[in-house]
Design a protein around this ligand. Structure first.
Ligand SMILES: [Ca+2]
Length: 552
């Protein structure tokens, strides 16, 4: 067992008790289907089950084309509903991308309008004072963050609407004031390799809530309110300790040893794998790049393939929990009246582009998986329409017939779910500046995507331009090297590279740069490129720091 995760009296230990309580319902086996003539179902307000994994790229799922991971229950969910191929999280101004993302999910607000974000005026003031790294002086100066925002977040909104609300999730790196708004809260960070301290614990909490609801309803003790469940899981965020029997399927181990060797069962290297990123990404000593258990700074084939195996094993455990909950809903006759959303707080690299973490704006980290199933949503459908994670609150309010809070800035994509509209927005903006400023920004419109970097006191200035239709994996010129072509087994096409410096695309680059500037302004991004808002005093750190250790 991993020492970091082992807590003798962890809430995870209550798994055994929960299991005993749940045994009768599990033993009752496959449940009956809801009666098709239950017209009352259509009059009932719908339930909401929001499933959020931690650090998961869409490409880890067979619903998104992965042929190596096994996720029968998420597949089943995708077959019941709609898959989104352009779902994104807006970004982060801190190493803990989780934290910013979860603030946006809970509040439906854009990235520079959430607690912790800096305002443009504060950046200008701090620059004028010559003290841009004074963290204390950054706080509480953003007029774009409404006071008492937590009262307009997911749990609070659904409580007011008469829903029974419940939340399970990892601890920390989220929006604690919003988390407390749910009526029932069961939090623990469960990233162990055993049932007691892994994803099963989160599954047990949801099953416990549903079983209790069933018991109460049978007794007629309480009115049968609709429910809103926030089903968060702690994995596949590292440490990716997985059940040994599942790991074996993927040829992986929780701890590599000096005698460990490559084997055919291990997942392949990602198609956009690189042994290192071509230039500094702007966050020296970042925890996710240097301190992930079992990986550290290593990017060799065995380390990356083993870590992919650990990731897939963790995802398979998550999938099992989703299956248990779906089966339970079916046995209770609630499945057909429940909107189920499956997504993650952001993506993750795990060897892609030479990176390990999620602190970049490549598709693997900027994008998220997003699947919605429920009443009125066409089965086995897909949408290429752009959505942000922060559109979730507006959408589930819309689906439930609840008024969207005035502080919300997201857009309901219910019309897309109903097949009435293809998309709700044309342009997507992304940011990451947890390290040196102004950091990196991205913009996407149609097939075109631009990423701009200005980091390390302006020493790094890079621009990438991709045509995602031609180059969905954002392959770079480095991927054309003979040695890598041989290793990965993929020969990139001529268009599969960064097109930013190609004269043939100079106009497109200009257009995308202008679009990015407009988006930065529109969204109150406190930084600008080429305006000197660069921290001249910062010194690149070579070693991990205590502050960065917290980055999740
Ligand atoms: Ca995360």
């Amino acid at each position: 067992m991993n020492k970091m995760n082992f807590k003798p009296f962890s809430p995870c230990a209550s798994w055994a008790l929960s299991f005993l309580i749940l045994v009768p319902s599990i033993l009752s086996g496959k449940a009956h289907k809801e009666s098709p003539n239950s017209s009352a179902t259509h009059l009932k307000r719908p339930n909401i089950l929001f499933i959020l994994t931690d650090d998961q790229a869409p490409f880890s799922l067979s619903a998104y084309g992965n042929t190596e991971s096994t996720t029968p229950n998420i597949d089943r969910l995708a077959k019941r509903g709609m898959r989104f191929d352009a779902a994104y999280q807006m970004g982060a101004f801190q190493g803990a991308v989780c934290t910013a993302s979860r603030h946006m999910i809970m509040s439906g607000r854009t990235v520079w309008h959430i607690p912790g974000a800096r305002s443009r005026q504060s950046v200008i003031d701090q620059m004028a004072a010559g003290n841009p790294r004074d963290g204390k002086r950054w706080k509480n100066v953003n007029p774009n963050v409404p006071k008492g925002l937590e009262k307009n977040t997911m749990g609070a909104v659904f409580n007011r609407a008469g829903y029974a609300t419940m939340r399970t999730c990892k601890r920390g790196n989220s929006y604690s004031a919003a988390n407390k708004q749910f009526t029932i809260v069961k939090e623990a960070s469960c990233r162990g390799g055993e049932k007691e301290n892994g994803s099963d614990w989160h599954g047990d909490q949801v099953l416990g809530f549903l079983s209790e609801r069933e018991r109460q309803a049978n007794k007629g003790v309480v009115a049968n309110k609709p429910f809103m469940i926030y089903f968060g899981l702690s994995h596949p965020h590292d440490p990716r300790n997985a059940h040994p029997e599942i790991l074996a399927k993927y040829g992986a181990v929780n701890q590599l040893s000096e005698t460990s060797m490559l084997n055919a069962q291990l997942p392949k290297l990602p198609i956009n794998y690189l042994p290192q990123h071509p230039f500094p990404h702007g966050h020296p000593g970042l925890r996710d790049e240097v301190a992930v258990q079992g990986v550290r700074s290593k990017r060799d084939e065995l380390t990356i393939r083993n870590e992919k195996g650990r990731e897939y094993a963790c995802i398979e455990s998550i999938d099992t929990q989703i299956g248990r909950v779906m089966d339970k809903l079916e046995s209770m006759g609630e499945l057909d009246n429940t909107y189920i959303i499956f997504t993650s707080d952001h993506g993750i690299a795990i060897g892609r582009h030479g990176l390990m973490g999620k602190q970049s704006l490549y598709e693997h980290s900027w994008r998220v998986p997003y699947i919605v199933a429920g009443p009125g949503i066409a089965a086995n459908s897909a949408s290429t329409g752009n959505i942000y994670l922060l559109d979730t609150l507006a959408t589930i309010c819309d689906l439930a017939g609840i008024e969207v809070p005035s502080t919300n800035e997201g857009i309901s994509f219910k019309p897309v779910l109903e097949g009435k509209q293809d998309s709700i927005r044309d342009v997507l903006y992304g940011c990451y500046c947890g390290g040196t400023k102004p950091g990196m920004r991205s913009v996407r419109k149609g097939d075109w995507k631009l990423i701009r970097y200005e980091t390390l006191d302006g020493k790094v200035k890079e621009t990438q331009l991709f045509n995602l239709r031609e180059n969905p994996n954002e392959l770079l010129i480095e991927h054309h090297a003979t040695e890598l072509v041989r290793l990965i087994g993929n020969q990139p096409t001529a268009m599969q590279r960064n097109l930013a410096d190609d004269q043939a695309f100079a106009e497109k680059r200009k257009e995308m740069e202008a679009l990015l500037r407009r988006e930065m302004k529109r969204l109150d991004d406190p930084y600008r490129f080429d305006e000197g808002y660069i921290n001249r005093q910062s010194k690149p750190k070579q070693k991990n720091t205590r502050r960065n250790k917290k980055a999740e």
